[in-house]
Ligand binder design. Sequence first.
Ligand code: GDP
Ligand code: MG
Length: 752
Amino acid sequence: MKRFALAGNPNCGKTTLFNSLTGSTAHVGNWPGVTVEKKDGIYKKGSEPVAIIDLPGIYSLSPYTPEEVISRNYILEEKPDCIINVVDASNLERNLYLTTQLLEIDVPIVVALNMMDIVKKNGDSINVDKLSKAIGVPVVSISAQKDDNLDLLMEIAIKESVKKREAFTILQDKSLSHLISDCKAAFTGLDIPHPLFHAIKLIEMDELEVKDHPNLAKVVVEFKKTFNDDTFGSDLEAIIADHRYQYITEKYSVCKTHKVNNVYDYLSSSDKIDKVLTNKWAGIPIFLLILFLIFHLTFSENLFFLGGLIKFNAPSFEGSFFEGLFYTENGINSIGVILFNFLDCITSGITNLVGSWLSTSPDWVSGLICDGVLGGLFAVLSFLPQILLLFLFFSILEDTGYMARVAFILDRIFRKFGLTGRAFLPMIMGFGCSVPAMINTRTLADDKERTATIRVIPFFSCGAKLPILTAIAGGICQIFGFNNADFITYSMYVMGMLTAVVAILIMRKTTMRGEVSPFIMELPTYHMPKFKALMIHLWDKVKHFIKKAFTIILASTIAIWFLSHFSWNWQFLADEEIEKSILAGLGQLITPLFTPLGFGWQLERQFSFVFVVAAITGLIAKENVIATFGALAACIVGSTIDTSTDGADIVATVEMIRGTGITWPALIAFILFNMTTIPCFAAVATAKAELPNKKFGSTILFWLATSYFVSMMVYLVLSWWWSSFIFLAFFIILGFSIHYFNRYKDRKATLV
Ligand code: GDP
Ligand code: MG
C-alpha cells in the first residue's frame, strides 16, 4: 500500500485533514504542539487504499524538540510515496518556509492549501495555478474543516506518487551554489539518499548533520572562513534562512491578493479580544473566573446563586415532578446536576428491577450482582455526564485558541517557578487524562523541565478522579450542612494546581536546578469551535469510559466483593460480618499509617479500613475509589440504606461516611490524597516510558511523599487552625535553607 505523509507547520490543520481522510478521531486543538506522535490511518475513498501518516508539526527540518525529530526522521528515512505539505493559507509566507526545505528532498510533493475558508472570508484570494507554477509542484486549495476538495487532493497525490521528482533548491546565490553542489557531490559519492537536502543542512551546520558527517563538516567550516556577507557575516544558517524568505516574498507572495484594509480589520478584532484576555493584570483573574464558571455550570445545585432569591420551598414548587431533578429547596440545578439526576433515575431503576428479579436467588448471587457489580459500576457511571460536560468546556476553550493565550499569561508567573508557559498546555491536558498529557511534554526542550512537568501532571485532576471529588463533596454537603458542592470541587482543583506550583518551585530550586529556556510559541488565531469535532471528541471519551467500566472497573469491583465476603478460611460471610473478611484484615494492617491524615485509627474500628482500601484500588484505575465505596456500602450500612430516596449512589457514599464517623477535614484530606498520590496504572506506565534519565523510582517516591504531606497538612490545618503556624514556620525554614544552601553551592562552584 502507498504511504502519504502529512507534513506542515504546527496548527495548520494536519490532524483535521487526517481525521477527515481516514475517519479517525485523533486529538485536534487550536494550539501548536497537539500532535507529538505520528499516527496512521487509511484513506479508502480513492482508486486504491492509501495509508496516511499524520506527523507532529514542524517549522523547519532542523529539529529542536523530540517530537520534531520524529517528523524529520519519518520524511527522510521511511520514504513515504508522497508528502502532502499542508499549508495554512491564511499564513502563507511563514508556512512556505518549510515548503522550500521539503523541495530539497527527492520525493513527490503536493501542497495542500488549507484554511481556504478563512482566506475567502477575509476577502483575500490566492491564484493557485500561479503559485503551483512558482513552486513547481501541484497545489490544491482545500478546507480540511469543511471537507472541501479533499478527494481531489488525494487524486492528484496518487498521480504524483508514481512520478519521480528531482530535488530542487531555491538557493541560487552563486558562491553558495558552488558549495552546495560540492557537498551534494560528496554525499552522492557516499551513496546517501537525498544528497541535496543533506548538503544544505550540513552547510546550515545543522546539529544532527554535523554529528553524522564530521569530516564533511570540517570542509564547510573551512569554507565559512572565506565567506563574508554584509549583514550576517559568515553565519550560513542565517544567510540561507534570509534567502528563503526573500525568495518566498519575491516569487510566492505575489500569488496572494489582499482585500484592501481588510487584513487590518481582521487583525484588530482578534487584537482587541487579546487586549482584554491577555491583559497583564486582568488575564489571570479572568482565567480563574472562567474556570469557576465552568465548575459552577457543571456541579452547582444552586445555579447563579438564585436559591436565596426564589423561594423553592413554597407550596407551589413542592412535590412537583421536577423537584429534585431540576431544582431543590436550595436552588436551581446546573446542567451537570440535572444530567446527573437524570442518569441516576435510570440506574436506580435498573438496580431495583434486577433486585426484584433476584429476590428468590441465593444471598450471595443477589449480593454479588446488585451490590458488587451494579453498585460499583453505577457509582462510577453516574458521573459520566459531569465528566463529559467538563471535558466539553475544556475542549471549547482549547479549540477557540484561548488556552494558548493562557499559556502566555502564565509564562510570566511560571518563569518565577522555573518553568516556561509552554508547560501549562500538557498540564491542562491533564484535566482530561494524564496519559496523553505526559506524552505531550515532548514539546518541552529541556529535560529537567520535562521531568518536573511529568511529575506534577497527576495533580491536575483527571476525569477519572472526578467521581471522588463529586461524591465526597456531595456527601460533605449533605452531612455537615455545607451548601455549595461546586465550591468544594473547585477548591480541590485549585488546591491540586497549587500543589503543582509549590512542588515545581521546590524541585527547580533543589534537585532539578537549571535555567528556564526561552518561551516561543506562535499565538493561534481565534477559531469558532466545530460542533462535529467536539462531538467526536466526546464520543471518544464515552467509548473509552464504557470500555474501562466493563473491563478494569468491573473486574476490580468483583474482586473487592469477593475479598470482602470471604474470610481467611474461605467461608462466605454475610454483609454484617465484613470485619472478618480478607479485605478488612489486609486493610487494617496499613490503616494506622493514615492516622495523621484523618482516616486511620480514629475511625470506627470495624470500618476504618474502607478509605485505605478504596485508595489502593484507585491505583488500578481512579474510578475504583468510588466503585469500591459502592460495592462496600451495603455491607457497612446494611439495611440502614433508605432506598426510598433518589440517588442511591450518592447515598452509598453518604451512609458510608456516616457509618465510619469520619470528619469533614479528613474527607477533604482523603480527596487530596487520591488526587496527588501515585496515579493510575496507565499513567504510571506512561511516566516510566516518558521520563528522561531514569527518574522513575524517585518520581514514585515523590508522588507518595507529596500526597502524604499535602493531605496531612490540610487535615491538620482544617481540624486545628493553629497548626497552620507550624506549617508556615516549616515552609519559611525550608525556603531559607534551600536559599542559603544554593548560595553556598554556587559560591563554591565559582571558586572552583
Ligand atoms: P495540526 O496542529 O496541524 O494538526 O492542526 P489541527 O488539525 O489540530 O487544527 C488546528 C486548528 O485549526 C483547529 O482548531 C482546527 O479546528 C482548525 N482548522 C483546521 N483546518 C481548518 C480549516 O480548513 N478551516 C478552518 N477555519 N479551521 C481549520
Ligand atoms: Mg496535529
